[in-house]
Write a protein that binds this ligand. Sequence first.
Ligand code: HEM
Length: 395
Amino acid sequence: MGWPYVGETLQLYSKDPNAFFSDKQKRYGDVFKTHILGCPCVMLASPEAARFVLVTNAELFKPTYPKSKEKMIGPAALFFHRGEYHNHLRKLVQSSFSPEAIKKLIPSIEAIAVSILGSWLSGQVTNTFQEMKKFSFEVGILAIFGHLERQQKEELKENYSIVDRGYNSFPQTYQEQHTTKALMARRRLSRILGEIICERKEKKLLGNDLLGHLLNFKDEKGRTLSDDQVADNIIGVLFAAQDTTASALTWIIKYLGDDPKLLEAVKAEQKTIYLSNDKGNRNLTWTQTRNMPLTYKVILESLRMASIVSFTFREAVVDVEYNGYLIPKGWKVMPLFRNIHNLNFSVTLKILTHIGGKWWAPKIWYSTAHFQSLIMDSGPGFGKSPKSKISPPLV
Ligand code: HEM
């Protein structure tokens, strides 16, 4: 557990965090304890333990974020809550990003992708992650608001990026100015969102996007959401969607760049669709997006390999016993997605190059919120078999 208070924080930050966690896992097994950033923690590195904390016994643990971060995103955002409010909002977000809802957005998402690709033709050096962030932000705005006026979108973008920078900086250092600026930008975001909400209500056109669903919401007792709750959840979803999606896309590009044979195969798959759409003169269809077997496998395998969200936090609300271990009340509990995804399986992208062969271990359990399902072996056409039930990434 290391030094008093400091615990093992310095070891964690002074070396590669992956090495820190996997060394511990090798020494102590899939459940081990440590002390970081002033908190005693139990680390969990098996799919069963992650499922225990996040799914089957979720009521024994609460989400735990620093107050400063809660303030920046908005305290009513669903992931700071448990119980009824959390369940309602989770369902609402899921239905706003369901295949039915996404289907209608395909032509607009394609247009965003084409326009961003077009902006790369100038020959300038581009930062892939920043470009992917632009893409995921635009798609996020589309899914949340439908089509938004240019000026409102620009104002949201500018202020959201200041909040984003502040969120990712340490509060007590020279970066403090980022935090202050971020809180001011967050207030401006509330005002802009307030105006958009007001316009929507005036038009009495609630729409089928996330904003429409939030404004339409009524619980069993007929209670609706306040404007602040709506705004906090919009910022929350943007926050949950933007960097994660941008990282996933960046890793996909990196892995494909590392494997020219695989890249060629993916390009060939995409080119067939492009040609069948009269070289892009006809829009990509939903059915076509469901029929990209190799591309889809590359996406899933990249998600597993990169494990973008390397771990998450919970806090035990009571003493909890798991498999003979006692997790004391108040201790942080951290399912380590990266260790689960990377150490438990030996599947690598190299295997993916055997097109038509078997790429997947018989059972892979994705432990993130979106991939809580078993993926069974399947050849091309993945996703169609009743056995291979998986929620696709939300964008
Ligand atoms: C590759 C992309 C993504 C990855 C890897 C990812 C990963 C995760 C993970 C690991 C969690 C669980 C966090 C926890 O419970 O502590 C989570 C939660 C969440 N994600 Fe994503 N996410 C992605 C994309 C998105 C997108 C596009 C959306 C947009 C709707 C989204 C919305 C959410 C929401 C609302 C939650 C909170 C769920 C809850 O509290 O029940 N995510 N995500």
